[in-house]
Every structure is written in structure tokens, then in C-alpha cells.
Design a protein around this ligand. Structure first.
Ligand code: GLU
Length: 296
């Protein structure tokens, strides 16, 4: 599997891409801190993008709450924040290119008809008589798509077998995350995607789209995601509380400790600017563990 060369300091551009589905919680703070440090320790740029393409999941005001929390943590972005909801024309144009190249077909299946996690390709040969199109799907094939993650190591999927042809425009007319993220990372010239390992298995779909659209593939680093002892991801549903923005120091300390960069004792009650100085100086990708279990 070819290794993606590590981006040089002069070109590094990272990003944090929260969905405005609620306030920043500890899990999203980890992704923000990891992507920020990985950019800053190389003298790179760091951008923020609000991933509000999945309209029904948006919580009004959550975007401002998240941006305000990042500011209170002392995290500064290098370009104006972009919102996916303002970029629908870009997703439409990518979809048109894919469609022109024969990658896309209409699908009439409901979730119930599919009945499982892998789409069996029912509508691939064409819609059955009397069926109306609901979503649009991207063709996959059995060619394995692999990449080397900076922490998780080599990862590959046979998309046809593991995922099936996947939705790029949903039955409700909204563009799917997989397409939006690929278009956005390219338009923002992102060189390094640092995010939670819950998105590891989305990456081959994103690489498949990049190849079909003739776009460059960034370097990927999937951070460990905190799980409970049963292996379940900590999330708002499992009781992950919003981070306390009134006292960012302790939460930043905990996030750094989670990422195996525990600040020294004497910084325990230091202002966040001092924690950042220390963390930027000490950040090393190879210290980060692949996965972590924490008691809840
Ligand atoms: N918007 C996604 C989330 O909040 C992150 C997507 C990404 O980083 O690619 O989980």
C-alpha cells in the first residue's frame, strides 16, 4: 500500500469540522485539540467548518455555541468559518461531474427494503417497473481501497462487499456527508484530516469519491475515541456532558492527558495559553494510542 508522504510544514493545512447537533462535548473537544495541535506544531494552518448539511439534525444556535467554546479554549482559526449549508452549489456540481462520468444511479429502495448495513445493488441495473427514484447512489467496485492512517495503520475496504453502492444524495434531497466532506476538504485545500476513529470506515468511501472526481487524497490521522468498558463510544446519548467553557483549563488538561500528552503537574492550574505553549512544543503523533477505554 503506498504511503502518503507527510505534508511539509510549509503546506500543512488541517481542519476541525463539527456538526452543530449540540454543544461541544469531551469527544468533539478531543478532535478539536488533536487537529489543532497537529497543525500548530508544524507551523501549519487550522480551519473550522460547520458541517450543517444534515439539516434535520442541526440544533439552532449550536454552531455559535461551539465556536464560542473554541474561542474560550484559546483556539484560533486562520480563515473565516465556512458552513456547508452555503455550499450546496459545490456539492451539486460535484454530483453532476460524477453523474456525467457514469458513477451515479437513482435508487428506489427504502431503508426497510434494504434491510441491512450493506446495499445489495438492487437498483443498479435500473429501477424496477413502477418504482420511483428516492436517492442517488455512487457505484462501488471490488477493488480494495486502502490507505495508511498515521495512527491506526493500514486500513482497507472492499467497498462493494463491505458497504455497497452508497448514497450521495438522500431521499429527502439533501447531499450526503460523504460527498460534502470530500468537496469541502478539496475546496479548502486541506492536506491533513485529523478526526475521531469513528470515521475511519468512512475514509475509503471518501477516497473512492476523490479518485472518481480526480481530486488529491489528504493525509489521514484518526484519533482514539473514548469508549466505555463495553466498547461503546461516549456520546451525548451515553451521557457525555458539554465541556465547561467557564473553566477551560481543566477540560484542556483532561483532553491532553487523554491524547497521552499529560501536562506537567506545575501547569495544573495554568491559563490555557500556557497549556497550549507546552502542548505545541511536546506534541508527537507517535505517542497517541490507537484506542482508549475510560470508565464512565
Ligand atoms: N462533522 C463530523 C462530526 O462532527 C466530522 C466529520 C469529519 O471530520 O470529517 O462528527
Amino acid at each position: 500500500m503506498p504511503e502518503t508522504p507527510e505534508p511539509t510544514e510549509a503546506t500543512y493545512r488541517g481542519r476541525f469540522a463539527p456538526s452543530p447537533t449540540g454543544p461541544l462535548h469531551f469527544g468533539s473537544l478531543i478532535a478539536a485539540v488533536g487537529s489543532y495541535l497537529d497543525a500548530r506544531c508544524r507551523g501549519g494552518e487550522w480551519l473550522v467548518r460547520v458541517e450543517d448539511v444534515d439539516e434535520p439534525r442541526n440544533v439552532p444556535g449550536a454552531d455559535r455555541q461551539i465556536l464560542d467554546a473554541l474561542r474560550r479554549f484559546g483556539m484560533e482559526w486562520d480563515q473565516p468559518v465556512i458552513y456547508q449549508s452555503q455550499r450546496i452549489h459545490r456539492y451539486r456540481s460535484a454530483l453532476d461531474s460524477l453523474s456525467d462520468a457514469g458513477w451515479i444511479y437513482p435508487c428506489a429502495c427504502s431503508r426497510k427494503e434494504i434491510g441491512g448495513p450493506v446495499y445489495p445493488g438492487t437498483c443498479r441495473p435500473g429501477l424496477a417497473a413502477g418504482k420511483s427514484p428516492r436517492s442517488l447512489r455512487m457505484r462501488t467496485d471490488e477493488q480494495p481501497i486502502g490507505f495508511r492512517d498515521a495512527i491506526q495503520g493500514p486500513f482497507a475496504q472492499n467497498l462493494e462487499k463491505d458497504v455497497g453502492d452508497f448514497v450521495v444524495r438522500r431521499a429527502d434531497g439533501l447531499f450526503a456527508y460523504q460527498l460534502a466532506v470530500v468537496v469541502d476538504d478539496t475546496d479548502q485545500a486541506v492536506t491533513s484530516v485529523v478526526r475521531g476513529s469513528d470515521l475511519l470506515d468512512s475514509t475509503p468511501r471518501q477516497i473512492h469519491l476523490q479518485r472518481a472526481l480526480n481530486l488529491a487524497t489528504p493525509d489521514y490521522l484518526h484519533l482514539p475515541v473514548a469508549t466505555d468498558p463495553g466498547g461503546c463510544k461516549l456520546s451525548k446519548q451515553s451521557g457525555a456532558a458539554p465541556v465547561d467553557v467557564a473553566h477551560p483549563g481543566p477540560a484542556l488538561n483532561r483532553a491532553l492527558t487523554f491524547l497521552a500528552h499529560p501536562p506537567p503537574e506545575e501547569l495544573a492550574s495554568a491559563p490555557v495559553s500556557e497549556l497550549w505553549d507546552w502542548a505545541i512544543e511536546h506534541w508527537q503523533r507517535r505517542r497517541i494510542p490507537r484506542q482508549l477505554t475510560i470508565a464512565v
